[in-house]
Design a protein. Structure first.
Length: 233
């Protein structure tokens, strides 16, 4: 594998890890949001010059990729699939830009796969009390697949072969400070950027104060994922 495409790269975590892990791989991270790409470029500053020279960021839609046919050996995507307006168009584009036999692997949230998470509830309550609307980073509403079988069937209908899909339970534990940092930098960057500095500081302090009353086990959460890998014909 020499050329890797990271669809919906977001903050660039997957693309950055790819060029660090595989010294012969060139990776292109694609995202429709310039805000997310700014975060990715900032995160990539930790790379050495050789690694960063094998990494490129492109602002584009996954449903209309600006690449020639057969440009990539593999494509990956983390948590983009459920937000796509036209998944059929995206899958057709992935097949077009992959060489024959190229691998497409992605992970997405599964419908009904998670419960309530107390820290998220606190964020929602504080924002509502402050009269602040959640920004959606410009993306469409979530359309999570109902099962691994449904996701696999969608890829087969789009012309992929050797499709394998499975359910995965993801469990993670965080703490107050890590949760606050992720909330502001990764989960709700536009929501916080739209606030003036005084409001932003007040909201941060109100959320932090309420989070401080939670027990440590309240910061453990789990969700059901669908993991899929397939090959292009």
């Amino acid at each position: 594998m020499r050329n890797l495409l990271d669809l919906g790269t977001g903050t660039g975590v997957v693309a950055i890890d790819a060029v660090r892990r595989w010294p012969n791989v060139r990776c292109v991270g694609v995202d429709l949001s310039p805000v997310m790409l700014d975060h990715a470029r900032s995160a990539a500053k930790m790379l050495d010059p050789v690694e960063s020279g094998r990494l490129e960021w492109i602002e584009a839609s996954a449903e209309q990729l600006p690449f020639d046919a057969d440009s990539f050996d593999a494509a990956v995507s983390a948590f983009l699939y459920q937000f796509l307006v036209d998944r059929r168009a995206m899958l057709a584009e992935v097949r077009r830009v992959l060489r024959a036999g190229g691998i497409f692997a992605f992970v997405t949230w599964q419908a009904g796969g998670g419960g309530r998470f107390a820290p998220d509830d606190i964020v929602g309550e504080v924002l509502k009390d402050e009269g602040i609307e959640w920004a959606d980073n410009g993306g469409p509403p979530s359309r999570r697949p109902p099962s691994p079988r449904a996701a696999a069937a969608e890829l087969r209908r789009s012309g992929f072969e050797r499709v394998a899909a499975r359910a995965v339970t993801l469990t993670w534990r965080t703490d107050r400070d890590s949760f606050l940092r992720r909330m502001e930098e990764d989960d709700l960057p536009l929501t916080f950027q739209r606030m003036d500095s005084r409001t932003r500081q007040r909201v941060r302090e109100r959320i932090a104060e309420r989070l401080s009353h939670l027990e440590s086990d309240a910061f453990e959460d789990s969700a059901q994922l669908v993991s899929v890998i397939a090959r292009s014909r």
